[in-house]
Design a protein around this ligand. Sequence first.
Ligand SMILES: [Zn+2]
Length: 167
Amino acid sequence: MREVRTTFQLVLDQSMESDEELMRLAVGEAAAARAAGEVPIGAIIVIEGEIKGRGQNSVISRSDPTAHAEMMAIRDAAGHIGNYRLTGSTMYTTIEPCAMCAGAIVHARIGRLVFGARDPRAGAVVTHFEVCTSEFLNHRVIVEGGVLESECASMIQSFFREKRELD
Ligand SMILES: [Zn+2]
């Protein structure tokens, strides 16, 4: 809980470091996913300086292929505020979202997306598609990548390296 309060203060201070500080919370969610044996991806959603949603990748434990970190954070935030639209929110996610999550981000009307590392395999925001910024959509998301990039990428890489060594 102390972590949350610290971040909240940083947001209020409009600190230049707040994107990194908030991404660190998403990294914490990714670490929790990893501890549960899932691919380490985490996300949080901030609305008006408050953390309203948290999510960790949990596809295996939930037997749910849609239980990506971003989907879980969106469901958590929408439930908390009692609104299916997360207008004016910012999502922090450790890895560039896939096509499903990028679509959900647009449907949720998330205002800003900050991601850590690109996903060369399935990234649908800048790498393979531009789902969040397509000119065909009514809603466009402000997208920023590369926040705590090496940390976010190395979590994934070491997870798969360990997995290969175990196999
Ligand atoms: Zn996804």
